[in-house]
Design a protein around this ligand. Structure first.
Ligand SMILES: [Zn+2]
Length: 291
């Protein structure tokens, strides 16, 4: 295995290959027509042609003000603009509304990844029109998605919140937990947000200990995935059991258990998540399993 190994999953920009080129919203492309990535509530609005979902091209549909669209990059050499419609906006003629989530079976990896980038940029733009320090108007830096306050000059950039996600192994066994809101029988890796002043390794150790009472050692980084719900990056680790008795002591998990590849949980996280990617490779032994 080459290291670091790019995790070939949706939401990571690598799966767009050369088709997408990011651009700052002030890039001059005049009125050149292009592709549209429209979001309504938690749905992508796409064209449904011959059972395939496609990015619309050309003028925005009725009800979408072209001046509210943001340039997010180029797609197949043409401008790609994005915009958000009200959740109650009527569906434009000839459009299909597809729920935007990692479990979608109709959104291919490229549409999921473009949708994730659009979602993060639209939220950043919408929620940061004014400076959090003085309330002054904020505008984009030239050539960047960052923003500057027109009054006090403070500069800010789109945030990404780091999380550690950890597979713990003990011989043939591996440790998974479940949240009460998940579908029945679903178990996944232990994960949590980086705390103030922590390294990712410290975060991984703390989350496993807090959520399960288990201490870990031999921690290895194995890859990461952008996770635009709303704006995380999931840093994946594999670790070995070092000690402790399994106990679910905090409010995060409903249950945690040791499983084996011969007796896995009834349901695992979706195949498009780094959680499943790690479980498949390092717990179920489908690929590399030799850290
Ligand atoms: Zn300010």
């Amino acid at each position: 295995m080459s290291y670091p190994d790019t995790v070939n999953l949706p939401f990571n920009r690598a799966c767009l290959r050369d088709s997408f080129r990011p651009l700052s919203p002030d890039t001059v492309v005049t009125d050149e027509p292009g592709f549209l990535l429209l979001i309504r509530g938690e749905e992508l609005l796409l064209l449904d042609e011959d059972e395939s979902l496609l990015l619309p091209y050309g003028s925005p549909p009725q009800g979408v003000d072209p001046d509210t669209l943001l340039l997010m990059g180029s797609w197949e050499g043409r401008p790609l603009r994005t915009g958000r419609l009200s959740p109650s906006a009527p569906l434009p003629a000839q459009y299909a509304a597809e729920p935007f989530n990692a479990y979608s079976t109709r959104l291919d990896d490229r549409l999921l990844t473009l949708g994730g980038i659009a979602r993060i940029l639209l939220a950043w733009n919408h929620e940061n029109s004014h400076c959090p320090r003085c309330g002054g108007e904020s505008r984009h830096h030239p050539g960047s998605w960052g923003k500057s306050c027109m009054v006090c000059g403070v500069q800010r950039f789109p945030p990404t919140h780091p999380c550690a996600i950890v597979l713990v192994r003990r011989g043939e066994e591996f440790l998974l937990g479940r949240k009460a809101v998940w579908p029945q029988g679903r178990y996944s890796l232990i994960a949590g947000f980086l705390d103030v002043g922590e390294s990712l390794e410290e975060c991984a150790q703390r989350e496993v200990l807090e959520e399960t009472g288990i201490r870990i050692t031999n921690l290895h980084y194995v890859g990461s995935q952008c996770w635009p719900f709303p704006s995380q990056v999931m840093a994946g680790f594999v670790a070995d059991y070092a000690g402790g008795e399994l106990s679910v002591a905090d409010d995060e998990l409903e249950d945690a258990r040791w499983f084996t590849s011969h007796s896995p949980p009834l349901s695992l996280p979706g195949r498009r998540s780094i959680a499943r990617w790690i479980i498949d490779r390092y717990a179920l032994g489908n690929l590399h399993n030799n850290l």
